[in-house]
Design a protein around this ligand. Sequence first.
Ligand code: SF4
Length: 482
Amino acid sequence: MNIVITGLASVYEPENVARLFYPQGRLLAARPAGRDDLVLARAGRRHLLAAVRENGRCAWLRRPLAPGQDPEYALTDLVYQLLVGFTGVRPPWGSMTGVRPVRIIHDSRARGLSEEAIRSRFVDRYHCTEEKYRLALSIADLQRPVMAAARPRDCSLYIGIPFCPSRCSYCSFVSRTIEREHKLVQPYVDALCREIEEMRRQIDACGLTLKTIYIGGGTPTSLSAGQLRQLMGKVRELFDLSGLEEYTVEAGRPDCTDAEKLAVLKEYGATRISINPQTFSDEVLAGIGRRHTAADIERCYAEARAAGHTNINMDLIAGLPGETVEGFTASLRRAIELNPENITVHTLTLKRASNLVIDKARDEYGDVAEMLHACSALADAGYRPYYLYRQKGTLQNLENTGWCKPGFEGLYNIYIMEEVHTILSAGAGGSTKLVQPGGDHIQRIFNYKYPADYINGFATVMDRKKGVSEFYARYLDPETTG
Ligand code: SF4
């Protein structure tokens, strides 16, 4: 599908709304010759036009542009209305393209908007379903005390381990397989420890308070037990762990997580871990390239409990290849039976969606949505949704939601998703996000994406860290900068 948008200074919103229906759509500067499939959107001075042609079938809508009306919003809405009618697909989040729906509620409340005005924004302006609006609202309400407790110099630390035992078929992350990159792992851990030392210096220099630590990946437990001791030992040496609100380590996959590593995580201070089944179907696990079975996940979970872990998250993915609604529901039921403190339900994200995916998304539109409906079983079992985000390329444009038992909210997840405070990020692929709370300023510092570049360009990685104190000097200590 080609997408052509004319007459606007910014085409971002109408383009992304067209991609809700045609994820592979190509944005072109001008209408192509011939009769190729096309979404056309045009803003004139007095009228808006949206038209679509697919497989010889055509439809169009025309609307006057009212005086004072925002042409980008008006054209976006027209494209959405046209494509809903033409495709028969009604996205549950409507024309909302942003990744943080809950943030809209927080920001609207901060601006003094009434609850009715916020609801109208979701349901009338974005055509979001009442169900999705209610989900976002309940999460915003639950997060309110966390947001209110935020202090300007709070921060969290993310430590990335970009290695995995094997590559999952749906993975879009930079992660490398541990066997292929074996030689890089130890130099990587050594460099990472040095970067964390530099983080400590920056935290002190800027007067920051570290609230949470998150070691993620990749799969952190793809490191050896000795390397985990080295890394977590460095963290324990540098930071007062007793002052943290939360210390999470992703123990992700059972094919590299054993009783010894689980004991190391506990001994070195992790207060929350993740063991991620994604599904409890052996066929689906094999289909996505996992080298373990559902029984291995259950073994790993039992070992984690035996090692003394009392706050465990389990990730599931709705929409994996070969997964049915019944299969997903069975996986969800099994996760609930195991009784972890957190269950996070992701919707499969396909970074390069194929035509097959588009067709599948249309033909089986109810399926992934149906899988997410099955999550009401989580509420019945005493879990409540506490954070939510969306990603581009997600099947049917659906969401990822973290559920937890009361009192087990994963605070790091809320902090990063709602941009509550600065997240310092160490390791390959890391992106430090500097946040001026209550202000408009957000700045990023990127590390190299791949482990080899990170190791070889480590001097640059360290040099870029100066940006942390520069940010705080500029936006939080203006009196010291003149
Ligand atoms: S475990 Fe996660 S990061 Fe690793 S290959 Fe699979 S999807 Fe990618």
